[in-house]
Every structure is written in C-alpha cells, then in structure tokens.
Design a binder for this molecule. Structure first.
Ligand SMILES: Cc1cc2nc3c(=O)[nH]c(=O)nc-3n(C[C@H](O)[C@H](O)[C@H](O)COP(=O)(O)OP(=O)(O)OC[C@H]3O[C@@H](n4cnc5c(N)ncnc54)[C@H](O)[C@@H]3O)c2cc1C
Length: 433
C-alpha cells in the first residue's frame, strides 16, 4: 500500500511519520528544494516569524520521535516551564508560576529540519504537485509538473495556499464555502543579537477591542532573539527599520527598552494573511475515496494563538485509529480531523470576533457571555497563580476548555472584578518566581 503526502511542512512530515506505521510505502512530495540545514524557505514564508510550539504539540512530537527535545536543545533550542513565560496582558503581567509543563522554544526552521531528519518516509523535494489523478470516483494519485505518482491514499498537507478546493472543483466536486474570521492581524519580524541574560520568552498580548498592538520576543538557537511585532484590526507593523522601531516603542511594555543593547541582524519581514479559515471537507458531497487533508489545508488559525502546529500534530495521530479510506471512510477521517481542531477554533475565533469588520452589531447571548468571561480572565490571570496554571493547561491544549467551566473556577473569577491598571506607567519585567 502506498501513500503520497503533498507538502513537507509540519503537517505533512507528522502525517508521513504516522502513515509509515500502516503503509508499506510513504512518499512526501515537497515543492521547495531542501538543503538539509535549518533555513528559511519560500514554501513556508511564516517560518521567518515567531513559532511557539504548544505543550500538547511538543508532547506529540516527542512521542513520535523520542529524544527530539534533547536533540533540539543540543542544537540551541531552549526548554522552559510553560508557566514561566513573561506575558503582559492588557491589565498587567500575568501571575507566572511553575506548571511542570515543558515548553520548547526554537525557530520554525530548526524544529522542522530536526523533525524531517527523523522521518523515515521518502522525501522528494523540488516536486510541484499540480493536481489529482482520478480513477472513477476515487483518487489514485497526483499529477506533478512532468508526470504522475500513483497512490492508494493521497494526503493533502500543502498548507494555507492548498489548491485542493480548486482541484476538486475541476472534477465537479464542490467544497462548501469555508468559515472565516479575519482579525486583520499583521506580523513583522526581525532577528537581533541576544543581550546577556535576556529571558527566553517575553510577550505582550493583544486583545480586542482596545489593545490592537502586541509583540513577542523569543530566544532562539544561535544566541539570537526573534522579535515579532503584531498588530490586529489592520494596525500592521511597518517593515522599514524606523517604522518597526516606532511600533515597538509604542507598545505598553518594556520590549523596546529591553532591546536597547541588541543589534538587528536582519531586515523586518512581513506576513499579513492571517485570517482563520476552516473547510468542512467532511460535508462535501461526492468527496472521493483515497483522498484526505490535514493541517492548514483544512483549518488555519490566526497565528497569535500558536495553535497550528499542534492541531496538525493532533490530526496526524488520527491516522493511527483510521484504516478505511473509501469515500465514506475519508469523510469519517475528515470528521475526526475537524474534531481535533474544534476547541482551538472556538477559542481563537471567538476571541477574534471583536476585530472583524462590521462585527459591532449587538452580540448574541453566547458572545456576550464569552466576552464577559474573557474580561474576568484577564483580571484573574494577573492576580491568581492557580487560575493562571489552569489557563496555561488549556491554552497549551493539554486540558480541554471544559476544564475552565467548573464551579471552582467560577468562584475564583468572581473575586476579580477590578482591573489592575495604572495608566501612564510602563511595567518592568517581573522576575521569575
Ligand atoms: C505568521 C505565522 C506565524 C505562525 N506562528 C505559529 C506558532 O507560533 N505556532 C504554531 O503552532 N503555528 C504557527 N503558525 C501556523 C503554522 O505555521 C502551521 O499551522 C503549521 O506549519 C502547519 O502547517 P502545514 O504543514 O499544514 O503547512 P505549511 O507549514 O505551510 O507547509 C506546507 C508545505 O507544503 C508545500 N507545498 C505547498 N504546495 C505544494 C504543492 N503544490 N506541491 C508540493 N508541495 C507543496 C510547501 O512548500 C510547504 O512546505 C504560524 C503561521 C503564520 C502564518
């Protein structure tokens, strides 16, 4: 049995890793030329920006490739407690505390290269997939620039710019319009030298509707800092050095001051196609046998929540409990994949509604309750380490959001009604506790 995976990004590599457990032959077709070394590449433009791997995603990857964390740390990645990130939310510094959850901090190229080295499937680079090959109502391979590759199963993992809906439409199969929530967030990122003792992660989070600007600084391999400026609601950071610096200076927290002794090593790179979008492939009439999709090709998230690689990892595990790739089996597979993305989608899309153009119509009861609940959280996260610990477990997808909907949490949140905001003061970075 042969499986072909389109795309050698994180979703494709992890899918290939799991497929090697049940298929005799697994081939990954990647459009970019791969050098074997960690480097930025055209097919993954988002690789130039901060890529936080949530704890759940890290656990899955370490499970699939035992020893991966050690290898990455040897290559310069950092391992820290997920609760010890310094995060400034709109109301103050969150109550950072140890959680016992290991968080790996590395650049996207470093992570992807080490994962790729561990995948035993055959990876063919410089191969552009241009369409699907059909035998009746079943997909039996893919078309490439100069030929075709047969397969019993084709897995689309070609990311945010996947052409799958178009390829299916050419075969008369119409995918329903996707759900979309566009926070109009833009990223700009530069690499800097790292001053001595700079924390591993310092973040200033944005939040609708009044805090459109934020940033995140991560210590990455090679003793460098990756500095990403983020602006939502169309308030994008500029790429020219002066504009980038002005944007950092305009943040509420100390990021600009902390970088005073850091030297920029690269220009700023921009990325602004950040809308969250999900396709309901499981509801597509006439979906063919022999074809499934994972990763960003199915569901992309506003990257500020750092969910994409983890949801891709969860989708890869679905291959372990699924063996039927008939037309019905493939729709069932997509149903399971949609389920793995559901809680991430609910969290990010509801939090982003405040940025959506024309979303200022009076919200319904669910949205009002969600908004009220989020505000309570922002206050509680500043004051309460227990609340923060629970929040970290949910945000990192270790626990489901249901873990936050219980009477103990409600009682704790009820205590916190007053924002701890001191206008005009720029808060210093707290020491680790
Ligand atoms: C600015 C930004 C920041 C992000 N930050 C985070 C973060 O902090 N944490 C996180 O978890 N996620 C983050 N993400 C999301 C994350 O990058 C993706 O969710 C994750 O990489 C899974 O994507 P993928 O493998 O499906 O697609 P990709 O990583 O985009 O890989 C797709 C691959 O398919 C190849 N390809 C495309 N078309 C073809 C074709 N026709 N033939 C052959 N190959 C093809 C591409 O070259 C590429 O290698 C961020 C995204 C953006 C845009």
């Amino acid at each position: 049995m042969k499986a072909v995976v389109i795309g050698g990004g994180i979703a494709g590599l992890l899918a290939a890793r799991v497929l090697t457990e049940s298929f005799d032959d697994v081939v990954v077709l990647e459009r970019d030329k791969l050098s074997g070394q960690p480097e930025y590449r055209a097919g993954v433009p988002q690789g130039r920006h901060v890529h936080g791997l949530l704890v759940r995603g890290g656990e899955i990857m370490e499970g699939l490739f035992p020893g991966l964390y050690d290898e990455l740390v040897q290559a310069g990645a950092h391992l820290m407690d997920a609760g010890e990130m310094r995060i400034l939310n709109p109301l103050g510094w969150v109550a950072s505390t140890r959680t016992g959850l290991p968080l790996l901090v590395a650049s996207r190229p470093l992570l992807e290269t080490h994962v790729r080295r561990r995948v035993t499937a055959k990876i063919m680079d410089d191969v552009h997939v241009t369409g699907l090959s059909f035998c009746g109502s079943t997909v039996d391979g893919v078309l490439t620039g100069d030929g075709r590759v047969d397969a019993e199963l084709v897995v689309d993992a070609s990311g945010r710019s996947s052409k799958l809906p178009k390829w299916l439409a050419e075969a008369g199969i119409v995918v329903p319009e996707p759900d979309e929530v566009d926070s109009r967030t833009g990223y700009a990122t530069r690499i800097y030298t790292a001053p001595k003792d700079f924390p591993v992660v310092v973040a200033e989070s944005l939040a609708s509707p009044h805090t459109p600007r934020g940033g995140i600084v991560m210590r990455i391999e090679g003793d460098r800092l990756m500095v990403t400026a983020q602006g939502a609601g169309g308030d994008h950071p500029p790429r020219d050095p002066e504009g980038f610096q002005r944007f950092l200076d305009s943040l509420r927290g100390p990021i600009a001051g902390m970088l005073a002794d850091a030297e920029p090593l690269t220009p700023a790179y921009l990325f602004a196609r950040t809308a969250s979008r999900r396709f309901a492939f499981e509801r597509t009439p006439g979906w063919p046998g022999g074809l499934v999709a994972v990763g960003d090709a199915v569901c992309v998230f506003n990257p500020v929540y750092g969910q994409g690689m983890t949801v891709a990892a969860m989708a890869a595990l679905v291959f372990r409990r699924h063996a039927d790739f008939s037309a019905k089996g493939c729709r069932d597979f997509q149903r399971k994949v949609a389920k793995t993305a559901e809680s991430a989608w609910v969290l990010s899309s509801n939090a982003d509604e405040g940025w959506v153009d024309g979303a200022h119509a009076p919200p319904g009861p669910f949205k009002r309750a969600f908004g009220w609940y989020l505000k309570k959280w922002q206050v509680a996260l500043v004051h309460d380490q227990d609340v923060f610990r629970r929040f970290v477990r949910v945000v990192h997808m270790v626990d489901s959001p249901a873990a936050l909907l219980n009477p103990v949490v409600f009682r704790r949140l009820a205590k916190y009604s007053r924002p701890d905001r001191r206008p005009g003061r720029r808060p210093a970075v707290p020491n680790p506790r």
